[in-house]
Design a protein around this ligand. Sequence first.
Ligand code: ATP
Ligand code: MG
Length: 291
Amino acid sequence: MSEEQIAASVERRALRFDPERFQGEYPVVVEGLVNRFDGIAVHEGLDLKVRRGEVLGVVGGSGTGKSVLMRSIIGLQVPDEGQIEVLGHKVTDLAEGSQADIRSRWGVLFQGGALFSTLTVGENVEVPLREFYPEIEPELRHEIARYKVRLSGLPEDAASKFPSELSGGMKKRAGLARALALDPELLFLDEPTAGLDPVGAAAFDRLTRELADVLGLTVFLITHDLDTLYEICDRVAVLADRKVIAVGTIPELLALDHPWIQEYFNGPRGRAAKASQERAKAMDKPAGGKA
Ligand SMILES: Nc1ncnc2c1ncn2[C@@H]1O[C@H](COP(=O)(O)OP(=O)(O)OP(=O)(O)O)[C@@H](O)[C@H]1O
Ligand SMILES: [Mg+2]
């Protein structure tokens, strides 16, 4: 498929559902973002646009401010300067009431998972439902939660388990189920495959891509995982020098001669991830190699 065809198919997927959903081109627009802690700038004039329907990978060295960027976009971190627009609303100057409204249109999986340890998985998924739709009858709410648990690839009985009874990979899926509780348009994932074994990480990646495609989600995905970038991301944004220094497909990024980008994608791990993706592609091709 050509890039244009891919863009058109992403567009169709993103528009297939609720016509009340965001119709603009960029569900997230960050302009001139500045964040400082104790006088030290983490972001200094950062700009970023996320396209509707894409899975955008966000990479950068540890401490470059990926999580702070995500927290700024979802309104948990008030920036020192700059404008942030999400789904057509300026989150940087929203009144309390309308903030609640917009918060119900995105789902978040935090870096640590952040499940409530005293609640079962099902109850965790019900938390946002209780907050935003208190009128829903308990029976229906349980039903929705069970559905989201299944959608995240967990067995049905996981809903009645406590987080401490789950493996790391299952906890991530439980966190994903909670992020999907309100049928979001936007999904924020902060290092979703960190700490998973390669098989578990690959399965989580496939699930993310599948959900993005089937549900028409736009995904903001922070990751260090090169396989994830190659396998499921449409574009990648690179954080360095307190800014987003580049956004594009991996081949586009490779054409740039920024030292961090070259080191990251062309280092031994980057080459291994690329080779593994090429092998997978070759296996998908019909015999004779003419795809
Ligand atoms: N609430 C806070 N108070 C003070 N400093 C903070 C706060 N939050 C983040 N920082 C600092 O901002 C910088 C960026 O942090 P952030 O968590 O966004 O990094 P990151 O890119 O997500 O790193 P990692 O890949 O390790 O998760 C770090 O130096 C961190 O110490
Ligand atoms: Mg982080």
